[in-house]
Design a protein around this ligand. Structure first.
Ligand SMILES: *[C@@H]1O[C@H](CO)[C@@H](O)[C@H](O)[C@H]1NC(C)=O
Ligand SMILES: *[C@@H]1O[C@H](CO)[C@@H](O)[C@H](O)[C@H]1NC(C)=O
Ligand SMILES: *[C@@H]1O[C@H](CO)[C@@H](O)[C@H](O)[C@H]1NC(C)=O
Ligand SMILES: *[C@@H]1O[C@H](CO)[C@@H](O)[C@H](O)[C@H]1NC(C)=O
Ligand SMILES: *[C@@H]1O[C@H](CO)[C@@H](O)[C@H](O)[C@H]1NC(C)=O
Ligand SMILES: *[C@@H]1O[C@H](CO)[C@@H](O)[C@H](O)[C@H]1NC(C)=O
Ligand SMILES: *[C@@H]1O[C@H](CO)[C@@H](O)[C@H](O)[C@H]1NC(C)=O
Ligand SMILES: *[C@@H]1O[C@H](CO)[C@@H](O)[C@H](O)[C@H]1NC(C)=O
Ligand SMILES: *[C@@H]1O[C@H](CO)[C@@H](O)[C@H](O)[C@H]1NC(C)=O
Ligand SMILES: *[C@@H]1O[C@H](CO)[C@@H](O)[C@H](O)[C@H]1NC(C)=O
Ligand SMILES: *[C@@H]1O[C@H](CO)[C@@H](O)[C@H](O)[C@H]1NC(C)=O
Ligand SMILES: *[C@@H]1O[C@H](CO)[C@@H](O)[C@H](O)[C@H]1NC(C)=O
Length: 710
């Protein structure tokens, strides 16, 4: 049994190893016109050492040719393949074990002819919407008719359109195109009966004919009336929105005339897109046309109102906001008939209005949008909207907006004034416009006593000074001011100052007390000295005392300290002070008055200050932010004291408001002096705004329309 198995097994193996090659299938031949015929078949991949014998019959089966190849493709040269013909192809695959023959396939060269891509000779714009396309095949093809496919697209489009047609004279009229538009065109063809298209020809471009230019968009900038009522009017125009992109204009013609006048002024052949006119104060009508070699566009007409004419005014509630990625400006109209608007925008600080000005007309909506990217970031833009009713242009409404806000590039310039025993005024300047990078919404004032926690408060952008109250005398303080925009805050320079240790009143008081004592003493000495002459001589020629041992040194060093601390515990408005203090005019007297009114709000404002600080650190971005800049009420202006008021309102307040200049000079930017006495420490330093309240009163009558938003 085992011996039988051993004998059969190798036999089976030998039998199964003898594998015939696969039958060649799917034979496919292409007749490259005037060149050769290439045939391929499957399987394409090489299997072992299989090679093929290809048997061709040609000349309608009269002749035959055999070719040996190793790959599944075969090419027959033009010696055998001559159009017209019907050939047959048979493939025999061979390997060591034997051979397999394919079916015999028959090939009519007419059906499998493939030509070279054709040549487009010319693309002629015959009219505004048509090309006449001349073309030719590369070969001399005796076959007729030819089938063609033409594909075309506008240069700025990626989408091809195709038309198929039967060729007659190697010319084709391509119609249905757009006016004055550049197209890309390619062509392919095949013989009527062939199943193989040629490849696409090389692309060729053409531009359809232009037409008379479209009507222009016309705008103007009217300057102020001069001495003789003449005005500079700059006309600006551009291609209308829907006009063909390639429209080729040769020039522009301007005409204008004053109302009630027959004199028509013409300016021809302008090639710029703006023109400056000098018009009299009358109403004028201006028209601009553009022309190309075909003719002139329709007139764009604009009415320039008389110099002092009241034009329509109907825009209200204009506001701007960001809706990523757009800046949106919206407004309302009080005149429903007005349905057209002209939007003008330019950087606030633009030097030349005309070159920086952009403008665009808007119809049927009361909003306008622009991509934020099209505006420069951190730059304030003036955006004006004019109502347009027919040829008439009305009063604009203007707002300011930032396409993107940043933090100010520098902090407010800060200084400290009026340093008293317990008070000081922080004063800062507005940041220059080109450094703001956004609307300053508010300022946060930080104040920190040495070794204590800092306190902060936030005031609105109109406020440019702040009174610090309830400070501790003889203490070093650090203050700094942060200017906040929607994007964050920038800190100004920090300022160190030191509160006074002694007030002028106290000096006067002490001086008068000491002076009185000395007087009494001298009177006593004199009277007693008259009796005793030796004492008189000493009085007349006194010993020069050592200043170090003087009583004054003692006051300042020690006694005075005690005295001042004693006074500190008193009410600052004690009767003694009120009587003795000369009627000084504190520079910020009114502030102080308001402050006294506000005393009971101290705790509240301190808490708000802390809140303000938090929100600054949070840096929340607001979508709508009220702009601080109100051009018609310059910031800080409202804080100017009415002149004269300060004099009449002299009530003898006891606030110690004298600035101790020397102290300020010494302490600013220096390390703090000696520690104050422990009983002089404040129970709790407060920051109190004295200005906001007053500011409210002044701003109560600001017109609504000046409110700006972004
Ligand atoms: C031959 O072509 C037909 C259709 O194209 C396909 O289904 C078949 O698999 C092909 N045969 C081989 C062996 O490739
Ligand atoms: C056959 O095919 C192989 C790889 O597929 C290639 O390297 C070789 O050149 C081909 N030979 C011929 C004669 O086409
Ligand atoms: C036809 O086959 C030959 C030989 O394989 C090759 O050189 C030639 O490029 C082929 N022609 C085309 C158009 O593919
Ligand atoms: C065909 O294949 C055989 C082996 O199978 C090989 O000896 C022979 O050289 C091949 N012929 C050609 C023309 O490649
Ligand atoms: C193509 O247009 C030209 C000019 O309009 C015309 O003369 C010609 O007959 C047109 N040809 C065809 C095939 O319509
Ligand atoms: C073109 O070929 C089609 C079939 O593909 C045939 O019906 C038609 O008669 C042919 N036209 C001409 C003019 O030979
Ligand atoms: C036709 O196009 C194909 C693919 O783009 C390319 O491989 C082939 O060589 C081209 N044939 C001719 C005749 O240009
Ligand atoms: C018309 O223009 C001419 C020259 O520009 C001037 O002399 C004349 O006074 C003008 N007439 C009127 C009616 O404006
Ligand atoms: C416009 O100006 C150009 C060159 O300045 C000149 O050739 C052309 O004739 C002028 N056309 C008209 C209508 O004045
Ligand atoms: C922008 O508006 C502001 C305030 O209305 C004005 O001061 C400034 O001159 C304007 N800028 C320009 C370039 O018109
Ligand atoms: C502008 O107004 C139109 C019509 O009032 C409205 O459909 C559109 O949404 C508005 N666009 C924006 C950006 O608010
Ligand atoms: C100050 O402005 C910042 C940023 O614009 C804002 O987040 C914050 O709420 C404002 N603070 C107050 C107290 O108005």
């Amino acid at each position: 049994m085992w011996t039988l198995a051993l004998w059969v097994f190798p036999l089976l193996c030998k039998f199964s190893l003898a594998v015939l090659p696969a039958k060649p299938e799917n034979i496919s031949c292409i007749f490259y016109f005037d060149k050769n015929m290439n045939c391929t078949w499957s399987p394409q991949e090489k299997i072992g050492d299989t090679n093929y014998t290809v048997r061709l019959t040609y000349s309608f089966g009269k002749l035959s040719f055999i070719k040996q190849v190793t790959n599944a493709s075969c090419s027959f040269s033009r010696s055998y393949i001559i159009h017209p013909d019907i050939c047959t192809v048979e493939v025999e695959a061979q390997n060591r074990d034997g051979s397999t023959k394919s079916d015999i396939t028959s090939w009519n060269l007419d059906h499998i002819v493939k030509t070279e891509p054709p040549i487009i000779l010319s693309v002629n714009p015959i009219s505004r919407q048509m090309f006449q396309i001349w073309w030719k095949p590369r070969e001399k093809i005796p076959i007729d008719p030819l089938r063609c496919t033409l594909r075309f697209r506008a240069v700025n489009s990626a989408h091809w359109k195709e038309v198929s047609f039967e060729d007659h004279n190697k010319v084709y009229n391509l119609t249905g195109l757009q006016v004055f538009t550049e197209y890309v065109i390619a062509l392919r063809f095949r013989t009527n009966e062939s199943r193989f298209w040629s490849n696409w020809s090389q692309e060729k471009n053409g531009v359809t004919m232009e037409e008379v230019p479209h009507i222009l968009d016309l705008w103007r900038v009217v300057g102020p009336a001069g001495v003789e009522g003449t005005r500079k009017v700059v006309l600006l125009w551009k291609k209308a929105k829907g006009a063909p992109i390639l429209e080729r204009t040769l020039g522009y013609n301007i005409q204008y005339f004053a109302e009630n006048s027959i004199n028509l002024t013409e300016i021809n052949n302008v090639t710029n897109q703006q023109y400056e006119l000098l018009l009299t104060g009358q109403t004028h009508y201006v028209s601009v046309t553009s022309f190309n070699f075909l003719g002139q566009s329709q007139e764009a007409i604009l009415r320039i109102p008389a110099a002092h004419e009241e034009t329509i005014q109907c825009i209200r509630d204009m506001q701007a906001h960001l809706a990523e990625p757009l800046l949106v400006v919206e407004w309302e109209s009080s005149i429903p008939e007005v349905d057209s608007w002209m939007v003008e925008w330019l950087p606030e600080m633009a030097e030349s209005e005309f070159s920086a000005l952009s403008w665009e007309s808007v119809s049927h909506v009361t909003n306008w949008t622009i991509e934020q990217d099209k505006l420069k970031p951190f730059l304030c833009y003036n955006i004006s909207v004019y109502p347009v009713l027919g040829q008439e242009v009305g009063q604009p409404c203007t707002i300011q907006a930032y396409a993107k806000e940043g933090v100010p590039s520098e902090g407010p310039r800060t200084r400290v004034e009026n340093i008293g025993l317990k008070t000081a005024t922080v004063v800062w300047e507005e940041i220059p416009k080109n450094r703001r990078m956004g609307f300053i919404n508010n300022y946060t004032i930080f104040c920190q006593a040495e070794g204590e926690e800092e306190f902060s408060t936030t005031v609105n952008s109109q406020v440019l000074q702040y009174d610090l109250e309830s400070l501790t005398r003889r203490t070093s303080y650090t203050v700094w001011v942060v200017a906040n925009t929607g994007a964050g805050g920038t800190t100004g320079k920090t300022i160190n100052f030191r509160t006074s240790s002694i007030s002028v009143f106290e000096i006067i008081l002490l001086t008068s007390l000491v002076g009185g004592g000395l007087l009494l003493l001298s009177i006593f000495t004199v009277t007693s000295g008259l009796k005793k002459p030796n004492r008189l001589t000493r009085l007349c020629c006194p010993d020069v005392p050592n200043p170090a041992e003087s009583s004054l040194a003692t006051w300042i060093g020690d006694d005075f300290k005690r005295k001042s601390s004693l006074k500190e515990s008193d009410n600052p408005g004690s009767t003694e002070d009120r009587i003795l203090k000369p009627c000084s005019i504190p520079a910020d007297l009114i502030d102080k008055l308001v402050v006294n009114f506000e005393n009971f709000l101290e705790v509240l404002s301190a808490e708000e200050a802390r809140k303000g600080q938090e929100s600054i650190l949070g840096g929340e971005a607001n979508e709508y932010v009220t702009s601080p800049s109100r051009p018609d009420c310059p910031p800080g202006g409202s804080f100017k004291r009415p002149p004269g008021n300060t004099h009449t309102q002299c009530l003898g307040t006891t606030e110690e408001t004298y600035t101790e200049f020397t102290e300020q000079l010494l302490s600013s930017g220096q390390s703090p002096g000696p520690e104050p006495l422990s009983e002089e420490r404040p129970p709790n330093p407060y920051l109190k705004n004295s200005v906001t309240t007053r500011e409210f009163l002044v701003h109560g009558n600001i017109p609504e329309h000046t409110k700006r938003e972004i």
